[in-house]
Design a protein around this ligand. Sequence first.
Ligand code: PMP
Ligand code: GLN
Length: 380
Amino acid sequence: MHITSKLPAVGTTIFTVMSTLSNKHGAINLSQGFPNFPTSQRLNDLVYHYMQQGFNQYAPMPGVPVLRERIANKANQLYGTKLNSDEEVTITAGATQAIFTAITTFVKHGDEVIILEPAYDSYQPVVELNGGTVVPYRLKAPDYEVDWGLMKKLITPSTRMIIINTPHNPTGSTLKAKDLQALQDLTDDTDILILSDEVYEHLIYDGNQHQSILRFPKLWQRSLATYSFGKTFHNTGWKMGYCLAPKHLMKEFRKVHQFNVFSINTPIQYALADYIEDASTYLSLPAFFQQKRDFFLQALDGSRLRPLSCEGTYFCNFDYSDISSEDDMAFAKRMTIEYGVAAIPVSAFYSNPTNDKVIRLCFAKTEETLEKAGALLRKI
Ligand code: PMP
Ligand code: GLN
């Protein structure tokens, strides 16, 4: 039998590679992005409650109405929109499925999709599965700012979508209001769609405001935005998320969603609806994670790893050029095996190799873990 791969260039994701290596060598795993502290007991109890109450059959295809209503209220309050929960909110199996479905719904053979690299690793394969071509815009260390004049040069009549991500994984940078304004001007009077990956909307620091695409009414009309409860509520293994989009785009999104997954875990949807009624569950997160970021940086004080700025997400990037001239994959592997701390080499997020000498470390960990990791990293 002869099988032709639809994704010949794709191997195992860097998250699996580094977590496996970390486990094999008993290292502290600061590579793959997930917390090592528990999700809320109240949220667990709510899930159990709804299971016991018999909420265990298929949910409605777009998600249970009460959760969609509360998500719409939350977004309307935070970003000044007037979302209609019946037509503009769909619950998904994590942001990953929202991203997969959004791209699959709109990207056709021959379309171009602009991606800002370094980019989260799921965007490119999904574009390619749909016959599209990725056009990379390269963000440069150390500040990773977008030059919208250069971005404009990448736009052609085939440009179907631009994918943005703020706060940004892996760099921890954020888009500012002026960036979203520039994107609005750039796409005005075009048929370009925006996919705005906002899974770290609540992980933004130093008093800054998340610049959601929802804040820009004209831009919003051509956008789909994706979110992750797993990232927000420390339960990445539940794979719960959602997509927001204006009615005319959501109508198409749901056509694909219903055959992609149909519906999502019922008891967890009811539990999340109750849980997010209390806004402090998410409004407390910037302070919570900022404290972790600062604790981690303090624990690394005196290390030869040089921190790059971290405005958001639970990742901080480090320049290791004072330590080694190895490429980042070799350095990350050696760090894991010889020094006992696993990291992600940032070149894994580019379509063409880079030699920036930057690694990403996840600080969504207990203080005990961060302290131990800091002590090991200071020895390098
Ligand atoms: N986008 C980005 C930028 C991410 O870092 C992640 C990882 N959580 C996802 C999407 C996927 O989110 P989820 O785990 O909810 O599928
Ligand atoms: N989003 C997480 C990260 O960037 C991991 C997601 C995954 O393992 N696919 O590390």
